[in-house]
Write a protein that binds this ligand. Structure first.
Ligand code: ZN
Ligand code: ZN
Ligand code: ZN
Length: 491
């Protein structure tokens, strides 16, 4: 396990809040406060053949472990790096005849490591696995039953694998996984692919308007100069100036929700009542519920009706989208936007949700002009709501920029790509693959923009030729995925 930067933070106890981390020096926007590799991590059950079990990159072709035929790797380097953590897993999978689910695989990896190091405290860690919170006392009946099943299946897998742990300890590990499992994404940040435990990160408390962000970086094989950068890791990055002694915070959830909904989600998933400034003052609720300015203002009854209509449509959209009926999604979105237009303001949450889905689906269907129009409205709304250095905002601006570029609206597209790059340099850092993609796109759109300004006619001719020569790069298929949840919770 590699940990960097832990000398810059210290644990403190505050009444009411419990443990937290604070900085022992000053930081500026984009600084890496600390970085750590996973204590243990596993690939999700449905992706074990598509994602490397060491670096969690999605790859077309992966090499299979010849022994268990379960683990998959990019290449020899990833396979070699994996062996220390895979050795016991390999023989356990072989013995059982199949791999158990991701929760059980992760618990076993944690326990093999504890066994190997004869302690749950890894080098460079401020906290031991034994001392992480498990929240089992807060579990509802359903969660308790799930826990019992996991423990039983774990014992079948673990059986005679060495040290015997007590039932309470095994339950503790599953509790830790349930509330501290961090979601790992693929190298483009597009898909959640696995779950891992990062002990130091577990010490960082939540704030709806945090001063830090956490980003997962899958590492880079080519960066041989620094061993450290070849490993997948999380980075805690500063979003602005942090003074010595300030508490560090990250947001466990997406900010783009009403205060009440954010609080419910935090209570349900992390068992605490958020008392941050945003929640106390309900700062953004007015924007998220705003109605169209005008004379006269829309009547309350009309606002209520359109809001209800939007929520009903959202359910239909989710269903259609999960079935891949994208043209139907487009139809629902158009109808809904027409109803919303004279009634809801551009920052209204119900409008933003529809704009987001419609621009994503329209891009996928290559209807770029309409997609760009909706993406522009969405980004304008987001900019009024999100923290200017929010990672989700950066990703949304990037997608909107690419959409404009595809639509041939090069000036706006280039502007958005520059803006997204500026945000992602802070939230992701310059070595992150997405930041590198953005840098390339920035150079490309800058060149095209210059060409466009010199001679529009030539620009369009060139574009036409480029588009007819190779099929336009198709956007990723829109998926229903929990966005912006940093910790993974098995439902
Ligand atoms: Zn790999
Ligand atoms: Zn194996
Ligand atoms: Zn809050």
């Amino acid at each position: 396990m590699t940990v960097e930067g832990m000398e810059c933070v210290e644990i403190f106890n505050s009444e009411g809040k419990g443990r937290g981390l604070k900085s022992t020096k000053e930081f500026w926007a984009g600084d890496v406060i600390f970085a750590e590799t996973a204590y243990a991590a596993v690939v999700f059950d449905n992706l074990t053949h598509n994602v490397c079990h060491t670096c969690f990159k999605r790859q077309e072709k992966l090499h299979r472990c010849g022994q268990c035929k379960f683990a998959h790797y990019c290449d020899r380097t990833c396979q070699k790096d994996a062996w220390l953590n895979h050795k016991n897993e390999c023989s356990a999978v072989k013995k059982l005849g199949k791999a158990p689910n991701e929760n059980i695989r992760l618990a076993a990896r944690i326990m093999w490591r504890i066994e190997r190091e004869s302690s749950g405290l890894a080098e460079g860690c401020l906290v031991s696995i034994d001392d992480l919170q498990n929240h089992i006392d807060n579990f509802q009946d359903e969660e308790k039953n799930g826990l019992m099943d996991d423990v039983q299946n774990f014992l079948d897998y673990w059986l005679s694998q060495g040290q015997q742990f007590g039932m309470n300890y095994i339950s503790h590990i599953f509790g830790v996984i349930s509330c501290n499992g961090f979601t790992l994404s693929d190298q483009r940040g597009l898909q959640a692919v696995g779950v891992g435990i990062f002990p130091n990160l577990c010490l960082v408390n939540h704030d709806c308007w945090p001063n830090c962000t956490v980003i997962f970086n899958n590492g880079n094989h080519e960066a041989v100069k620094s061993m450290y950068h070849t490993q997948m890791r999380i980075e805690l990055r500063s979003l602005g100036k942090i003074n010595k002694g300030d508490e560090l915070s990250v947001s466990y959830i997406d900010f783009l929700n009403l205060t009440e909904d954010r609080q419910q989600q935090l209570k349900r998933q992390y068992y605490f009542d958020c008392t941050c400034e945003q929640c106390t003052k309900k700062t953004t609720d007015a924007l998220l519920l705003a109605v169209k300015e005008g004379d006269p203002k829309p009547a309350d009854s009309v606002v209520k009706e359109v809001t209800q209509f939007s929520m009903d449509t959202m359910e239909k959209i989710d269903k259609a989208r999960s079935e891949g009926l994208y043209h139907e999604v487009v139809k629902y979105c158009r109808d809904c936007l027409k109803r919303q237009e004279p009634v809801l303001a551009d920052t209204n949450i119900h409008k933003l949700r529809i704009l987001s889905i419609s621009s994503e689906v329209l891009s996928y269907l290559q209807m770029f002009e309409e997609a760009a129009e909706n993406a522009k409205k969405m980004v304008d709304g987001y900019l009024k709501i999100y923290h200017p250095h929010n990672a989700q905002l950066g990703m949304a601006v990037m997608r909107a920029g690419v959409t404009h570029w595809h639509a041939g609206i090069i000036e706006v597209g280039h502007g958005m790509i520059c803006k997204a790059f500026a945000i992602l340099l802070i939230t992701h850092g310059p070595s992150h693959p997405i930041a590198k993609d953005l840098e390339a796109m920035r150079a490309q759109t800058e060149m095209e923009l210059r060409m466009f300004q010199q001679n529009e006619f030539v620009y369009y001719k060139m574009r036409e030729a480029a588009l007819s020569n190779r099929p336009i790069q198709v956007m990723q298929e829109p998926k229903n995925e929990a966005q912006g949840m940093i910790f993974h919770k098995k439902s």
